[in-house]
Design a protein around this ligand. Structure first.
Ligand code: FAD
Length: 595
């Protein structure tokens, strides 16, 4: 086992991790550990755009952007964080431009902007052009640009290093009011080198988690195979709470039956959703901004059309995205990749035929709780010195209960940058926390248990059954019964997980082994999402309970905090405890959410 020492260790080389690395790398000795080669991170799959109130093509300002983010998130957004994000958005885009990102331009040479769901002029009056973009490969351009700049700043990458544990120690401490508590401190991480099968311990003054989302708990998802929520899972196992895990975003336009994403940019450029009768049904659900309503509303409206028998296709189980009124040249210039997806995967020609679409699991609004500096919280009042999180793994919370399109590429840039600066500044004066004796003991035990297991269950089968139950029961519409079904299935799957075996027992490139570990994270996170969904007895943003169809501000205007606690039991699950965290209000009182 090798031990390395850095000031700052960043886990994850997606947009959030690399934006942090650019800042940290210029201030402190920084290493980035990533299970994927950096430019294969999911940020590279992002299509539609990154928003900022640049007002390049029409009137706009950061205050309208803040309001849209708060209302889009159904008022569960921490408004201080949303304000920071909307204000710093402008510099975030200009930073990328200076680093060399080739944004689409207006004829006058300014960065062009287009429409996206929920982004409006003057507090909801009409859609506004706020999303900056590079055709429909904005994330690809961001990831390449950030990687080039990391190389320029000599950031050290450890590629295909899987982080499997976070080293935290607990110290006796006292709160301001005199009560004693255990202060967590971060000492480093334990990682597994895929190529050699060797473990490497990294000691660091600061650690930034930027490990992305967990969409792979679902079968129908826009997320890549690798989005298994490792960072959330590791943090949770180490006693760090998870915030707002019940809120999962279903993107309206996945290719039907496949889940592959067709960006909202299509609707931003004028595409229209229609039911089997050819009706533009969003006019009924969101009369003002129609197809450009926030994603939770559009996804539910689509599912409702199908339920009420107005779905298209032989099984009436999808709706249609109509681009046929757009000029082919316009489609080719603005939406080249996603229209090609429709041709390749569905054999549909978007110039002349509408594209079958249905909601697909897309984004996890919840995650590891942080404040606006990127510092991770161990509880509402206490940060963990030296530990930061940014991007989809984190919950800061700028997205509340429903994220607006193009706000994630923004989030990773704004809070990636903040975390990178703050982690490096912290490392300048902090001392190393001593790593525990035998730091990799638990990781060794975890890996040995999988390697030597001789059960009869296959990893792929358990994963697929997990995804089936989540697709069936934790969807756009939920009830106490459906959620309870998912929970009981997850309990059965956990039992089966104790009886696995893997075929590859070798050391080098053992993906069998790592997929087994990743499945462990998926099971933990699916349980967290499901138990939180059962707990929240109201409907808000992405979480819709048919048995509690209204938003209930009197009882539920609060964040859910889920703690691992061996002594507790909640919603029938041993070892879990719920807490709450107040929502931060600055200027907007909750209103009825109409579009
Ligand atoms: C198809 C698609 C299209 C999208 N389009 C848009 C869009 O147009 N606009 C928008 O705003 N948002 C969009 N999103 C959402 C947005 O792209 C993501 O939320 C965002 O890019 C996440 O960035 P991230 O840096 O947090 O994580 P990722 O980019 O997912 O990076 C995660 C990193 O963590 C590493 N990692 C994970 N686990 C480990 C581990 N155990 N050890 C070591 N490393 C690890 C991975 O190697 C990877 O480098 C889209 C998402 C998808 C799936």
């Amino acid at each position: 086992m090798q031990v390395h020492k850095y000031d700052v260790v960043i886990v994850g080389a997606g947009g959030a991790g690399m934006r942090a690395a650019i800042e940290s790398g210029q201030r402190a000795r920084t290493a980035v550990l990533t299970k994927l080669y950096p430019t294969r991170s999911h940020t590279g799959a992002a299509q539609g755009g990154m928003c900022a109130a640049l007002a390049n093509v029409e009137e706009d300002n950061w205050e309208w952007h803040t309001f849209d983010t708060v209302k889009g998130g159904d008022y569960l957004v921490d408004q201080d964080a949303a304000e920071v994000m909307a204000k710093e958005a402008i510099d975030a885009v200009l930073d990328l431009e200076k680093m060399g990102l080739p944004f689409n331009r207006t004829p006058e040479g300014r960065i062009d902007q287009r429409r996206f769901g929920g982004h409006t002029r003057d507090h909801g009056k009409a859609p506004v052009r706020r999303a900056c973009y590079a055709a429909d490969r904005t994330g690809h351009m961001i990831l390449q640009t950030l990687y080039q700049n990391c190389v320029k700043h000599n950031v050290e990458f450890y590629n295909e290093y899987y982080v499997l544990d976070l080293l935290v120690v607990e110290e006796d401490a006292t709160r301001a009011d005199g009560t004693p508590f255990k202060q967590k401190r971060v000492a480093g991480v334990v990682s597994y080198d895929l190529a050699s099968g060797e473990l490497h311990v990294f000691q660091a003054k600061s650690v930034i988690f930027a490990t992305g989302g967990a969409g792979k708990v679902f079968k129908t998802t826009s997320n890549a195979h690798t989005l298994t929520g490792d960072g959330m899972g590791i943090a949770f196992r180490r006693g760090i709470p998870l915030e707002d895990m019940e809120f999962i975003q279903f993107h309206p336009t996945g290719l039907a039956g496949l889940g592959i994403l067709l960006s909202e940019a299509a609707r931003g450029e004028g595409a229209i959703l229609r039911n089997s009768e050819g009706e533009r049904f969003m006019e009924r659900y969101a009369p003002t901004i129609k197809d450009l309503a926030p994603r939770d509303i559009v996804a539910r409206s689509m599912a409702n059309e199908v339920r009420e028998g107005r779905g298209a296709g032989p099984n009436k189980d999808y709706v249609l995205l109509d681009l046929t009124h757009l000029e082919p040249a316009h489609i080719d210039a603005k939406l080249p990749d996603i229209t090609e997806f429709a041709r390749t995967y569905l054999g549909v020609e978007p110039y002349t035929e509408p594209v079958p679409v249905f909601p697909t699991a897309h984004y996890i609004m919840g995650g590891v709780p942080t404040n606006i500096k990127g510092e991770v919280l161990q509880d509402n009042d206490t940060i963990i010195p030296g530990l930061y999180a940014a991007g989809e793994v984190a919950c800061v919370s700028v997205h509340g209960s429903n994220r607006l399109g193009t706000n994630s590429l923004l989030d990773i840039n704004v809070f990636g940058k903040r975390s990178g600066i703050n982690a490096a500044e912290y490392a300048k004066t902090a001392e190393y926390v001593e790593i525990p004796e035998d730091p990799a003991a638990e990781t060794v035990a975890l890996l040995d248990a999988v390697r030597t297991a001789s059960g009869t269950e296959r990893i792929a089968a358990i994963r697929s059954d997990l995804q089936e139950t989540m697709d069936a029961n934790m969807q756009v519409f939920r009830t106490a019964d459906s959620i309870a079904q998912a929970l009981s299935d997850i309990a059965t799957l956990r039992e089966r997980y104790r009886n696995i075996s893997i075929q590859d027992k070798g050391k080098r490139f053992n993906l069998d082994l790592l997929e087994a570990v990743e499945l462990g994270f998926l099971l933990d996170l699916a349980e967290a999402m499901t138990v939180a969904a059962l707990h929240r007895k109201e409907s808000r943003g992405g979480h819709y309970r048919e048995d509690f169809p209204d938003r209930d501000d009197a009882n539920w205007m609060k964040h859910t905090m889920l703690y691992k606690d061996d002594a507790a039991e909640t919603e029938g699950i041993k070892g879990l405890r719920f807490g709450t965290k107040p929502v931060i209000f600055t200027r907007y009182e909750p209103m009825e959410r109409k579009y």
